[in-house]
Ligand binder design. Structure first.
Ligand code: ADP
Ligand code: MG
Length: 700
């Protein structure tokens, strides 16, 4: 089934490596690598019939060929096909160009025809000597990388398509109405081979529109296959999980930690917090591993829900681990949880990468002996060396920043039960980026979702203003006004990896400017290149109110909770993603004071902002509801980008589009369980074909 492996002693060529990098390993991977678009090289168009702006293929005779020096050095070749003439213009050219395009030669030329200064022209067209046979199918153009020329990938794909095993995996019953097959779509299903053959080499008579909007039956077949593979693999993962056992965490009869913690809280839980708490409790009491996502807007109070779940776990006599993606976020949790739980007699261990060896060794010992009932930290918590005595609950904050490998590593921390059978820990993931329902249905079919849909009372809405960078002075005046009222201010600058050095210089300049403009106020600066200890020092000065303004380039680490901060300025807001902006804004408006967020934008060299940047800023100004923001984000970006392949660990749909293919998705959702029950062999083959070795991560 696989492509012949290259001889062991022969290193892979650059294009071979590039193929692997694109994930094109097996023949079937190649066969499923579909064209982005097509070029029509099947026809010769008469110049007289070619419209301006059209990409055409012509055959014509070279009438003249000359190098002109004005307006800049270029090769100009006039050709005539008997119906009209046109000029081929090359600004970069080689002697070989001139040789092929010799006066009197008959050439085949492909390119966009334009109405030029002195008659019609094609700039940098593709060309060859006329005479070769015309292809019978449209020419596919594949998604590729720089190391992989079209001709190479085309050949590789067609080879893969020829060799791949593409036997039917849809059970015959799949095409019956029984399984919710869309009624509007009554033509017989195309087979997978037919569909792929067609999409790689469509006949020229196909209406291109049906390929572009993917409504063609060949596309329908592929989308259906893809959605089915996704549903099958998630359902399979769910069933595998259902077959595993977890410790059932039944509440103890005595006055419990849970009850004491509730009593000690300085506030009442919101109705939403109570409801999600019950959902989590119910899961924890069962001997099936929980796999739950807790979503709630920034500031909705997820931490206390997590602490209560941890209390349940410890009440039952087991250990609980809490992980956050950055050290600063982890430390915040640590402080909060210690504040709540240590007075109740709970011992907590703290684990991070930057810890001193001795401290770390002590923490590890506490965890292994079970003395520490609660472990808080970063990824360090799930490293090999960490041995839990009996871990029953893992809580992961901002789960989308946790990779799949890490979730798998967590699974390796299983504890045997009294009969020696492994017990899987319960898993609770928390996120402030809510997942729209369509995505939840499709990508997270293997996940239960709890939602905190209300904010604690007494929050003041944050007023958001979108302001041009040219009005920076007004913004500084605004900062001054807040400082005079004893409030604190965040100033966030972007830090984009490619231009890190430049951004850092900008950040330092901004810091100098702000310090100068706000005489008498300390301005803290926090950036990603600083050692952790320095970051912590800057953070605690701000926490204690000793610095009035905190300028930060490290977005996530603004995960601070300073209720006295009432203004956030985000510089180059146009460079941030929508959910990032929303998360950032959530750092203000935590106290009773009226709060504001200023989105400073700069149009760069252009006269105005790009369309998507404008849409993002508009959304921010118009709504503060995380769900609405997530919905708009999905609209602006589409699900692929919304999730981000690496972030989510979910297999992205390459072909189907949840917005337009809801019907097909419904169909796949109905068919998947039936198929796992009645046609397990076909189901397995289908998953293998589509997800191959990649399916493992779904079990995470
Ligand atoms: P997030 O969901 O963004 O993680 P946090 O858990 O950090 O939110 O909570 C934000 C703030 O709201 C914290 O200061 C927390 O103590 C407070 N808080 C949480 N729940 C309530 C509540 N029911 N009533 C009042 N304040 C609350
Ligand atoms: Mg939080």
């Amino acid at each position: 089934m696989s492509a012949p492996a290259p001889p062991v002693n022969k290193p892979l060529s650059a294009p071979q490596k590039a193929l692997l990098k694109l994930g094109l390993v097996r023949d079937v991977d190649l066969a499923l690598h579909l064209p982005l678009r097509y070029e029509d090289e099947t026809r010769i168009v008469r110049l007289a019939d070619a419209r301006d702006g059209q990409v055409v293929q012509i055959e014509a005779e070279v009438m003249s060929s000359e190098i002109s020096l004005k307006p800049r050095r270029q090769l100009r070749v006039r050709v005539d096909d008997g119906t009209d003439t046109c000029v081929l213009r090359f600004i970069n050219f080689y002697p070989s160009h001139q040789k092929t395009l010799m006066v009197g030669a008959r050439v085949r030329v492909r390119g966009e025809i334009r109405g030029g200064f002195v008659g019609r022209e094609m700039v940098h067209p593709a060309f060859e000597l006329a005479g070769a046979e015309l292809p019978a199918a449209l020419t596919p153009v594949y998604p590729t990388s720089a190391a992989l020329p079209q001709a190479y990938i085309r050949k590789a794909v067609l080879g893969g398509l020829r060799r791949a095993e593409l036997g039917e995996t849809l059970p015959p019953a799949a095409s019956s109405e029984l399984h919710g097959r869309p009624a509007a779509w009554r033509q017989p299903l195309w087979t997978l081979r037919q569909a792929l053959q067609f999409l790689h080499q469509p006949t020229p008579d196909v209406p291109l529109m049906t390929l572009e909007d993917r409504s063609h039956p060949a596309w329908q077949r592929l989308k259906l296959e893809e959605l089915l593979a996704q549903q099958l693999s998630q359902l399979e993962a769910r069933r595998i999980r259902a077959a595993m056992r977890a410790p059932a965490l039944r509440p103890a009869a005595e006055a419990t930690l849970h009850a004491q913690l509730l009593e000690r809280l300085p506030f009442q839980l919101t109705a939403a917090q109570q409801r999600v708490g019950q959902e989590i409790d119910a899961d924890l009491q069962r001997d099936l591993p929980m796999h739950r996502l807790l979503q709630g807007d920034v500031g909705s109070g997820k931490t206390v829900v997590a602490a209560l779940a941890a209390a349940r776990c410890m009440d039952a006599g087991w250990q609980c681990a809490l992980m956050a993606p950055t050290e600063i976020l982890a430390e915040q949790h640590f402080r909060k949880l210690i504040g709540w739980l240590e007075p109740l007699g709970i011992k907590t261990a703290w684990l991070t990468g930057s810890q001193k060896t001795r401290e770390r060794r002590e923490a590890l010992a506490l965890i292994e002996s079970g003395e520490a009932a609660l472990v808080v930290g970063t990824h360090a918590v799930i490293q090999d060396k960490v041995r839990f005595k009996h871990l029953a609950l893992a809580i992961i904050d901002e789960q989308h920043r946790f990779g799949v490998a890490q979730r798998l590593a967590l699974r390796s921390k299983m504890t045997p039960d009294s009969q020696g059978a492994p017990l899987e820990p319960h898993l609770l993931m928390m996120t402030a980026t809510p997942i729209p329902r369509t995505l939840a249905m499709s990508y997270y079919a293997d996940l239960d979702v709890s939602t905190i849909d209300e904010l604690p009372p007494g929050r003041t809405p944050v007023v958001t203003k979108v302001i041009s960078d040219s009005r920076r002075d007004e913004v500084v005046a605004r900062i001054q006004a807040q400082l005079e009222q004893g409030r604190q201010v965040y100033w966030v600058c972007p830090l984009i990896e490619e231009s890190e050095a430049i951004d850092l210089t900008n950040a330092t300049q901004t810091h100098a400017d702000l310090s100068a403009a706000l005489a008498g106020t300390e301005v803290g600066l926090l950036h990603s290149r600083m050692p952790v200890a320095d970051k912590k020092a800057v953070m605690s000065l701000f926490n204690e109110g000793k610095t009035g303004v905190l300028e930060s380039t490290t977005v996530i680490e603004v995960g601070v909770d300073v209720p006295n901060a009432s203004l956030m300025v985000i510089e180059h807001a146009e460079r941030f993603g929508l959910s990032q902006l929303h998360q950032l804004r959530g750092r203000v408006g935590r106290g009773a004071a009226a709060s504001a967020c200023v989105l400073l934008y700069s149009t760069g060299d252009g006269p105005r902002l790009g369309e998507t940047a404008r849409a993002r800023l508009k959304a921010m100004a118009e709504t503060q509801d995380g769900f609405e923001i997530a919905r708009r984000d999905l609209d602006i970006r589409g699900p692929g980008e919304f999730l981000g392949a690496r972030q989510s660990g979910a297999p992205l749909l390459r072909f189907a589009d949840l917005a337009t293919d809801a019907q097909l998705l419904g169909w796949a959702r109905e068919l998947a369980p039936w198929m796992l029950d009645h046609e397990p062999v076909l189901a397995r083959r289908h998953i293998e074909r589509w997800l191959g070795g990649k399916a493992d991560y779904l079990k995470a």
